[in-house]
Design a protein around this ligand. Structure first.
Ligand SMILES: Nc1ncnc2c1ncn2[C@@H]1O[C@H](COP(=O)(O)OP(=O)(O)OP(=O)(O)O)[C@@H](O)[C@H]1O
Ligand SMILES: [Mg+2]
Length: 452
């Protein structure tokens, strides 16, 4: 969270001399002040402009400071109010705070003191607003920056984003393929004070070292044969914003050395140039492989890893947050055009299977499976069978040498039914109730899997 350096302030005091003096002093410090001599005038101003904070004199003829605060608050609930008191009115100032003022200042006051109080008030307001938004998002189940999920691991990820979004320290996002690393990187940017600055992506996979260096740092005219014009590197393009370095595990050791230098000192040299360039960029790197292992294998610089993982976000695999799967499915059905057009709903047994599948390709795979199943499905009701048809061919081992393939949907269903039957002492009605499928369907499945 960043607090701006200049505020838009509403100042209300019936004492014209004091009003002018404080307005001028704040103005000199780059704040914008609108001053009013009475409550009614202040209310009109507040209806037409957005203020960061209000400073109200306590004792005024007509509407006093506390009344005015209530009026202001009824229309602008989040506006922080600072009360000004003269000598000997401290008890009423305390009363004002109990009535919801952020703080009080005693006249005559130093402008520096006013400024600090304002800054704290604005900060508190921001915190309250953010907390409220977060609470509302959680309550309404609105995904946070498109990140669907309410499981603890996802909440931890969101909390970490919120805590670190405004820092310039590098971030390392690790997680299996398709877990949402890029989504997290984008959230870190769009929630930050850099949101209006560029978000630039570079993917290290499959790029030759020279090409990657050229992408990142650019070159000057004539740097190599064919370099007819100078070209800015992505670090320059991303200046003041975020550079998302995807698949960083694939970065060559020589490029890692140049990257380390920018991370440590903020400077780099375009290819062929003798002049250094300085940038301020938040680096967000992502990897779906274990970088500590890569260090042990001599493929990744340890010093770079230490630098990158100042903020370390671990995005959990989907199978570790099964409870999020129904939410993901619901989100998909609500956003997919095909699903909406066909009016698709999932049968309980389909949902059950989706929850218990291993999802080696995580959320991306889940969405693909749903997309294909919905495309092929001829009825409104998507059953486990429809899903099975989409899943099975993809996970049949390609050759006998590759028997380690993840469990098929059928395997997992079979296992689950068997476990349930054991637990319920073979009571078919009871198990069908638990699984949310009818008795006959269960019996058919038992027959197919040779279960009794
Ligand atoms: N928590 C989530 N909520 C909603 N959608 C998600 C979530 N996680 C991932 N997705 C979606 O899954 C897909 C894959 O996500 P993303 O590209 O961020 O994964 P990744 O971790 O970067 O994968 P890879 O390592 O393969 O690059 C995207 O369509 C993304 O929108
Ligand atoms: Mg990705």
């Amino acid at each position: 969270m960043t607090i701006p350096d200049s505020f838009h302030v509403l100042l209300v005091d019936d004492d014209a001399t004091f009003r002018k003096a404080l307005s001028r002093a704040l103005d000199r410090r780059d704040h914008r002040v609108e001053a009013a001599g009475a409550g009614s005038e202040a209310l009109t101003l507040a209806d037409h402009e957005d203020f960061d904070a209000a400073i109200l004199d306590l004792k005024m003829p007509g509407m006093d400071g506390i009344e005015l605060m209530h009026e202001l608050r009824s229309r602008h609930a989040d506006l922080p109010v600072v009360i000004l008191t003269g000598h000997g009115t401290i008890p009423s100032a305390i009363e004002a705070i109990q009535a919801g003022a952020y703080d009080y200042l005693q006249k005559p006051c130093e402008v520096a003191e006013v400024e600090i109080t304002l800054k704290n008030a604005v900060r508190q307001r921001q915190l309250m607003t953010e907390n409220r938004q977060l609470r509302e998002a959680i309550r309404l189940g609105t995904p946070y920056e498109g990140i669907v999920g309410e499981s603890q691991p996802i909440r931890d990820v969101v909390e970490l984003i919120e805590k670190t979004k405004d820092s310039w320290s590098p971030v390392l996002i690790q997680g299996e393929s398709g877990t949402g690393k890029e989504l997290v990187a984008r959230a870190l940017h769009s929630r930050s004070s850099r949101a209006s600055r560029p978000f630039v992506t570079v993917n290290c996979a499959g790029l030759k070292p020279e090409l990657l260096e050229n992408e990142l740092f650019g070159h000057i005219e004539g740097a190599f044969t064919g370099a007819l014009r100078s070209k800015s590197g992505l670090f320059e393009v991303a200046d003041q914003g975020t550079l998302f370095i995807d698949e960083v595990a694939d970065m060559d050791l020589t490029v890692q050395a140049s990257l380390l230098r920018v991370v440590e000192s903020g400077v780099f040299r375009p290819l062929g140039s003798t002049r250094e360039k300085e940038v301020r960029v938040r680096i967000v790197a992502a990897a779906n492989r274990d970088l500590h292992q890569a260090v042990l294998d001599g493929k990744f610089r340890q010093d770079l890893l230490y630098r990158l993982e100042v903020v370390h976000v671990l995005v959990p695999p989907l199978r570790d947050r099964q409870d999020d799967i129904p939410l993901m499915v619901q989100h998909y059905l609500e956003t997919s055009r095909d699903a909406k057009e066909k009016g698709i709903a999932l049968s309980p047994d389909a949902l059950h299977l989706l929850r218990h599948y291993r999802w080696p390709g995580n959320v991306r795979e889940l969405f693909h499976v749903l997309e294909r199943a919905i495309l092929l499905c001829e009825e409104k009701n998507l059953s486990a069978r429809d899903l099975d048809a989409v899943l099975r061919p993809r996970f049949r081992p390609a050759s006998p040498e590759e028997p380690k393939d993840p469990l098929t949907l059928e395997d997992s269903e079979k296992q689950h039914i068997r476990r349930m039957l054991e637990r319920e002492g073979g009571n078919v009605s009871r198990v069908s109730e638990i699984l949310g499928i009818d008795r006959r369907t269960l019996q058919r499945k038992m027959k197919r899997y040779g279960l009794r």
